[in-house]
Design a protein. Structure first.
Length: 443
């Protein structure tokens, strides 16, 4: 996909320079017992408030977090433990076949050979000063018209990936933009705010069409299906809005999630997946369902990253936060866990590659990398590094070949990861399908 990009230097959005704060400093004690003022308090807050935005600021924080967020607590750790556990004996198996070895199994699991070259460096870097370092935000989305919407604090900018033109769409009078989601035809953009409002903008005319109110907290996620816009919020509710109607709120799902709803995604059939800061994922059979079809509780941290597979019906990929760090594949029809892998870092975003049958995940603490996985084995094939801060989310080009990653290091990086789709909708395009005839009736 030709984006006519000059890779000679980063491109800056027309915003103020980044400012250093006291938080950028590292404070270490000169005693054997480090000061508890800035470390134990932060760690306690992570556990008590379930805050995915917490990250270590010094070496003591690093050691403390590894002890707290590891798979086993210090009290449960054994002095000696086999790295490869022996397999369990199957029911009905001969009682004399009792010897198993972990080494035989591990030897047979050879590392998957790369069948293609995965570029290790981005093809383009855009400088995005002012982007908010917030795990729970969705600051970028890529439209079917090849335009990337970027949220920088209280402002939204539009970047035309073909021409390189940048224009400012809006600036909120107060608060920040927390979530962006394009409609299927790529002309209308839904904008979630920290005040709990959901705005719908006509990007061609650069005017606001609607302001949807009803939530009691910040907007954590948005998703389109036909004329229905679903919004998740810090009030732990999911609202369905029919944008054709003046009284837009047609369904209010409350009492299911117990905390911020930070992930939403529709598949082509209208099945909705919702992830929350309560460590749960719920599957909703259709936009009118009042009770979830399944509750997926494998994760033990916030689930912001979730994405439906575009080539395998009813397969959902999810990723957990700092205390979980797992990537999981689910059969959403049965609620069965198909596969899971330790990603070694907080998972903040997922996209699929249609041609290669792979998925790419974005990560935060502690490595801030992108990881490429084979489907359905979840065998890791590559890590892409370069960001120096937490990745906040991923957006995919209309043909599926390019991935844009946004990061707390105040950059957007473009990666040529997948092959262009040969036809049909791009991966994830069904997530916010909305026919033009319906969009013309937005009131």
């Amino acid at each position: 996909m030709d984006m006519s990009m000059d890779t000679s230097a980063p491109t800056r959005f027309p915003l103020a320079e980044r400012r250093l704060t006291e938080d950028d400093g590292v404070f270490m004690s000169d005693r054997l017992i480090p000061s508890r003022g800035g470390s134990c308090t932060s760690a306690g807050q992570l556990k008590l408030e379930i805050d995915e935005n917490w990250a270590p600021r010094n070496e003591y924080h690093e050691v403390l977090s590894k002890n707290m967020l590891g798979k086993e607590s210090l009290n449960d750790m054994k002095v000696l433990s086999y790295k490869h556990k022996p397999a369990r004996q199957e029911a009905g198996q001969s009682e004399y076949r009792v010897l198993y070895t972990g080494s035989r199994d591990s030897a047979s699991k050879t590392k998957a050979a790369l069948t293609r070259v995965v570029p290790q460096a981005p093809m383009k870097v855009l400088d995005a000063p002012g982007i908010v370092d917030d795990f729970y935000s969705h600051p970028i989305d890529w439209s079917s018209n090849n335009v990337i919407a970027v949220a920088l604090s209280e402002m939204v900018f539009l970047f035309d990936a073909q021409s390189g033109q940048i224009e400012k769409l809006l600036s909120l009078p107060s608060g920040n933009v927390t979530t962006l989601r394009w409609t299927g035809e790529g002309l209308h953009l839904s904008v979630g705010t920290s005040s709990g409002d959901v705005q719908i903008w006509d990007t061609a005319a650069q005017r606001q069409l609607r302001n949807l109110r009803g939530h009691g907290g910040r907007i954590g996620a948005l998703a389109w299906h036909s004329h229905v816009l679903s919004s998740g919020s810090a009030d732990a509710e999911i609202h369905n809005h029919d944008v054709r109607m003046r009284e837009h709120l047609i369904l209010r799902r409350a009492g299911v999630h117990a905390d911020l709803v930070c992930g939403l995604d529709y598949n082509a059939e209208g099945m909705l997946a919702s992830g929350g800061n309560d460590n749960s994922v719920y599957i909703w059979d259709n936009p009118t369902a009042t009770a979830p079809l399944h509750a997926l509780t494998e994760h033990c941290a916030a689930v912001k990253a979730l994405k439906w597979c575009p080539f395998q019906r009813h397969v959902l990929a999810t990723g957990g936060g700092s205390a979980d760090r797992k990537v999981c594949l689910w059969n959403a029809s049965s609620g069965r866990l198909l596969m899971s892998r330790d990603a070694e870092s907080q998972v903040t975003g997922i996209v699929w590659g249609m041609q290669e049958k792979e998925l790419l995940t974005a990560h935060g603490y502690s490595r801030n990398q992108l990881s490429l996985w084979k489907y359905p084995s979840l065998a890791k094939t590559a890590d892409l590094e370069g960001h120096t801060g937490r990745l906040l989310g991923l957006a995919q080009s209309p043909d599926g070949s390019l991935i844009c990653s946004s990061s707390a290091d105040e950059t957007l990086r473009f990666w040529q990861v997948f092959s262009p789709s040969t036809g049909g909708p791009r991966p994830g395009a069904e997530r916010h399908c909305a026919p033009k005839s319906i969009l013309k009736t937005i009131r």
